[in-house]
Design a protein around this ligand. Sequence first.
Ligand code: S3P
Length: 446
Amino acid sequence: MIAKLYGVGRVLKGKLCVPGDKSISHRAIMFSSLVKGKTVVEGFLPSEDCLSTMDIFQKLGVSIEREGTKLTIEGKGMEALEAPAGSLYCGNSGTTMRLMAGILSGQTFSSVLFGDESLEKRPMGRVLSPLSKMGAKISAEGEKCTAPLKIEGSALKGICYESPISSAQVKSAVLLASLYAKGETVYTEPSLSRDHTERLLSAMGADIETRILKDGKAEIHLRPGKDLHPIPGIFSVPGDISSAAYFMAACFFLPGSEVLLESVGLNESRSGILDVLSNMGAKFQILNKKTIGGEERGDVLLTYGKLRGTEIAGALIPRLIDELPVLAILATIAEGETVIKNAEELKVKESNRIRAVVENLTSLGIPCVETEDGMRISGQDGIFPLKGKRIPSFKDHRIAMSFAVLGLLCSKESPMEIEDAECISISYPGFFKDLEKLLDGNPEVC
Ligand code: S3P
């Protein structure tokens, strides 16, 4: 599918409830499936990635019923997953494959995880290495330590592991495996990555503790053996700040725009985009802040204004890793240069996101440079209207949605055309509909 986008002469106005958080939706299924008892999840994200996780747990014998964004999960307990009849398909989802590798390593049966073309190119050594140290019998059947992953369930032991990267997928794989292990696991990462796993495990009764060390490293201690229980009451998933990010950025592309994004997850380990917006001089307010089930959420009200370039680097990177493509797009209209550093992880996402952004911006005539660990973008006040072009999405949902936002600089006569735009369904199936509604000034999109 080719999506055509334009915004000249339009404004973005109204309020929007962005769909549920992808990371938390995956974890809602996984964690609720592992404990004995019923969990009701509200605000689940029914995107392709999360449906891959749901399908896998159904194949492992867990009863999960879905009505729209509501799930009813009947967990049977940590030891009660059943051997699957065949290989387990993770689709495009790195979170599914890496977290499942942790869970399946501690089972008493064998399993195989495979994925689509993109997922089978992504590095799996990062999970194989710590899991093998725990005693997991896991091998990567692909050429470069890539999927399919073959896992023979085995007895595991706790480890002390210092990860070279801040990755919540690796951390979660190890923490999930450590639930099945003998002895404590201590996991250290260079700076705290998203901590939904730790918050959820703690809310379910696990003996888990996070220490932030003087040098900024995060050290997580998990002592297994506690009986975990389902999340009490309703498991309510907040809106995904990574999906909200496209509208946060879009608001600054069209003069006169004002958008209220409701019930957005504001967990500190995910909200780096708000720090960057502040540094760029963006006008926004957080309203109705509250904490539900250990996760903060609130409404974000954004008003159009001019922005300045900034630097995005260091410990900020894991707090906004998925928002970097759209922040790079936002940098194109900010005064001065924006520099993104320490973001080499972008090269191993659903596409090489540094290359994808730089190639597309360059082909549109916007000055930017690819660097070893990021990119530099020169903001252009005068690129409005932008002459649209047909550009690839690299079949990467975040690249497709980021360039849709840039398309708002184009006129109806010369729109931005994005190839393979159906890939947005990986994380945000209703994205184009929501964008169109806000562009027409619809006051209610919830
Ligand atoms: C995720 C962690 C991040 C993020 C991904 C979701 C998760 O990946 O980019 O979209 O749910 O744990 P890494 O752990 O590879 O940084």
